[in-house]
Write a protein that binds this ligand. Sequence first.
Ligand SMILES: [Zn+2]
Length: 474
Amino acid sequence: MVEELLEQETADPISNNNISLSSLSKKEKIANRVKERNSWTTFKKPNELTFIGSVLPKYLKYYYTKHPTEKDLNQSFPVKLYDDGKIDLDALRSPPSSQIQATWIGHSTTLVQMGGLTMLTDPVFSQRCSMSQMSGPKRFRPPPFSLKQLIIKERIAIDIVLISHNHFDHLDYYSVKKIAKYMLGYSNNINPTSANNSENNTKNNDKSNDKRGVKFIVPLGLRAWFKRKVPKSLMGNNSVVELDWHEKTIHTTSLNSKTNNIFEHGNSNGLNKMDNDIRNFDCEHSSSFDVTVTAIPMQHWSNRYGWDRDKTLWCGFSVVASARVYSTPKSLDEKDIGDSDNFDGKSTDKIRGDHSTNRSKTELKFLFPGDTGWFDGLYKIGEQYGPFDLAALPIGVYTPEHFMKPMHMSPDDAVRMMTAIQAKKAVPIHWGTFCLAAESIVEPKKRLKKALETADIDQSIFPAWFIGDTITSG
Ligand SMILES: [Zn+2]
């Protein structure tokens, strides 16, 4: 905590002197996406004067006069805490292979387990979503567990972190640094009982082959932030992959029953269950999962320091886990898309194109849109990338509507979005944690219930959950 308070993020202007030819083309790509979004009739640029004149006063009035007290929230919206033994740790340790499993950590942060991979979406574990931990919007509900409890104590490794954009309630410097640090010291071979802290792990396991890295997947332009902010000493096997809309990266996991049942990127605690489940699907000698992450368009914007509006891209992510079976692995010589490095200029695992000829019937699809307002392109996303088995859809921060609607979803918009993107099931995010609008942090829950009733959709298809809950795609 002391470290967090002292080590505040500093706002560095992006220096034009450092722009190389390739970053110029990146800049152009981002500018084109901005133009594309600006052409959508549902989008309206957020105006600073409107914000100061009519949004901020409403927000502050709500924040200081009407916000529920902690006592109210403990009753109406309790958090399931690790420290109270309320987390379904068995589920986290042994996620089902035939479903997507999501655990809500608060706001847009979810722990998603699918296809043998464990992912975090927009991880924010800090007390405030702000440039500094001294001021800015504070957290009204705690996270159910800390990153240390999850990664170090429970030995649940994070394989992928999805970052949708650079707003402070989605990109948290402290959480990114902690994930990088804990995963840097994470080894597949360590005995869980001796895993007391990451420093010990690092000392005891210095063979790089044993180490697992985390892959941060970010929209175009955001890798520069990682280069500036995350110390190089914390990167090691960790990597950052930057994607434009419709670009993808494939993360391959493998399980070979002939050898040691090594599951390269999955949760080692869930090996036996996963192994058996895979054998139930297929009877070949070796199996593996391809988890394809594709950045997809969303109606939002970016801004971190005030002078960098829309200088980096924003996106949602489609995540598809495909269980593959093959007798003879085919060569992986398809085109590379996207851009990846581990900070020293060396390419890490690049995109490996489409393995559709090898693909088995087993496929799971998840959507994380990050932030978005309603736009008609959502239908196209449903056609192109759906249907989704599970989607984590934003339902909060919609008041006042005239300002928020182009960038955020109300529960009514989210229910409409669920249909448009062809999601079979959804879980609600972007509410219940930070007070960022002139509405109660728990109001979206009531409005979601009504919106589902109006749309004649069963509540179990889009269940309002509590922080700390674990839900499967079913
Ligand atoms: Zn945002």
